[in-house]
Write a protein that binds this ligand. Structure first.
Ligand code: ASP
Length: 347
C-alpha cells in the first residue's frame, strides 16, 4: 500500500499547484546593447545598435506564451564600452525589476558578458532569477542566434528551478553560473565555456533542465562611487621591471597581474612589485584559466609565497578579469588593503 500512497501524493502535486501554474508569469526584459541589439541598415553599411528591448521581444512571438513581458531599454553600448557605473546601473535596474516580477532577463554584448555577469553576482543577490543573454551574430546575419538565446533565457528566468541559483547566463541552449563563465572563442556561435566545471544545465525545447547548482554564493558587494583605474598586466617569462616602474601611482588606483602558473613572476620584477604594492593594492591571479593561486608552495623570488610576503594579494579562484571587477568595486567603496585582502580570501 505504501508505494501506492506515494504515487498518489506525487500525482496529486500538480493539482495542488494548478492555481499557481495558471497564473501568468511576469518578466522584465532589460536591453543593455551588444550584438543582440545590432543590425545593419543595408549591405555594406556599418552595423549599429538599433534594436531596443521591444523590437527584440517582438522578433520572438513565442515569448508571449511564456510570460507577460515588460521590455525596457536600459543602455545601448557595445559591451567593451561599459563603465563600472554602467554595470552598477544594470545591477540596480535588475534588483528593482526583480522585486516586482518572477524573473529578469538582461540582453547584453558577449565581449564583456563575463565581467557584467560576475559583477551582478556580487551586486544583485536576490532569489528571483536574473538571467543574462547575448548573441554572437547580428539579427541580419545568416544563423543569427539572438532570438533563440532570448527565448531560452526567458524560459530559464520564469522557471521556479532557477530561483536561488545566483545570476545565470543563458547562451547557445546552455545555462551557466555567471561567476564561472568566460568567452572562449572570438566569433563562433558556441563561444562560451565554464570550464573546468561546465554549465549548470540546458534548455531543451520548452524544458529547463538543471544538472548542477552552485555550491557557493559570492560575497555581496555594493558599488560606491567613481571609476577606479585598475589595469590588468599579463606577464610571461622574464617580465621586465621597467614595465612595473612605468605604472605611476596617481595614474592608477590598483593593479591586477595575470601571472603564469599558480601566480609566479620573474624574480627581477618582484622588488618593483613590492614597491608598487606599498602604494596601492596589487592583486595577482593565475593566467591559466582554471584552478586558483597557490599560497604555500613556491618561496623562490617571484613565487607566490614571496609575492604574498611582499604585500601582493592573491586572487584565489578569480581570473584577472573578474579580480579587476572585484578590486574596482572594493576601491569604489574606498576599501583599505586589509579589507581588500579579506575580500579576496572569499573567492
Ligand atoms: N561587440 C559586441 C559586444 O557588445 C559583441 C557581441 O555582443 O557579441 O560585446
Amino acid at each position: 500500500m505504501f508505494p501506492l500512497a506515494l504515487e498518489f501524493e506525487e500525482f496529486a502535486l500538480p493539482h495542488a499547484h494548478a492555481g499557481a501554474l495558471a497564473k501568468r508569469a511576469r518578466l522584465i526584459i532589460l536591453s543593455a546593447g551588444g550584438t543582440i541589439a545590432m543590425a545593419a541598415e543595408a549591405v555594406g553599411e556599418a552595423a549599429g545598435l538599433k534594436l531596443g528591448a521591444a523590437s527584440l521581444v517582438a522578433a520572438v512571438p513565442q515569448i508571449a506564451d511564456i510570460a507577460e513581458i515588460d521590455a525596457r531599454d536600459l543602455l545601448a553600448k557595445p559591451s567593451a564600452s561599459l563603465l563600472l557605473a554602467d554595470i552598477a546601473a544594470i545591477a540596480r535596474a535588475a534588483m528593482e525589476a526583480a522585486a516586482t516580477v518572477d524573473g529578469v532577463v538582461i540582453t547584453h554584448g558577449t565581449d564583456t558578458l563575463e565581467e557584467t555577469g560576475f559583477a551582478l553576482s556580487l551586486l544583485a543577490q536576490v532569489e528571483t532569477p536574473i538571467v543574462l543573454t547575448a548573441a554572437m551574430r547580428r539579427a541580419d546575419q545568416p544563423g543569427a542566434d539572438g532570438s533563440a538565446n532570448l527565448l531560452a533565457a526567458c524560459r530559464v528566468a520564469v522557471s521556479p528551478e532557477s530561483r536561488g541559483k545566483g545570476v545565470l547566463i543563458v547562451i547557445d541552449d546552455e545555462i551557466h553560473a555567471a561567476p564561472l563563465i568566460r568567452k572562449a572563442h572570438s566569433f563562433r556561435p558556441h563561444a562560451f565555456s565554464s570550464l573546468p566545471f561546465g554549465p549548470l544545465g540546458y534548455v531543451a525545447e520548452d524544458r529547463v533542465r538543471f544538472a548542477l547548482a552552485p555550491a557557493r554564493r559570492p560575497p555581496p558587494l555594493a558599488y560606491g562611487e567613481g571609476a577606479p583605474v585598475v589595469p590588468i598586466l599579463e606577464a610571461g617569462p622574464g617580465l621586465e621591471p621597467q614595465t612595473i616602474e612605468m605604472l605611476a601611482p596617481g595614474a592608477i588606483d590598483g593593479l591586477v597581474l595575470s601571472l603564469p602558473g599558480a601566480g609566479h613572476v620573474a624574480a627581477e620584477a618582484a622588488p618593483a612589485l613590492e614597491k608598487l604594492s606599498a602604494r596601492m593594492p596589487v592583486v595577482f591571479a593565475s593566467r591559466t584559466g582554471a584552478g586558483e593561486t597557490l599560497r604555500a608552495s613556491y618561496a623562490y623570488p617571484g613565487g607566490e609565497i614571496d609575492l604574498i610576503r611582499r604585500g601582493l594579494i592573491p586572487a584565489n579562484g578569480l581570473d584577472a578579469r573578474k579580480a579587476r571587477i572585484a578590486l574596482q568595486l572594493a576601491l569604489s567603496n574606498r576599501a583599505g588593503r586589509d579589507e581588500i585582502s579579506a575580500l579576496f580570501t572569499r573567492f
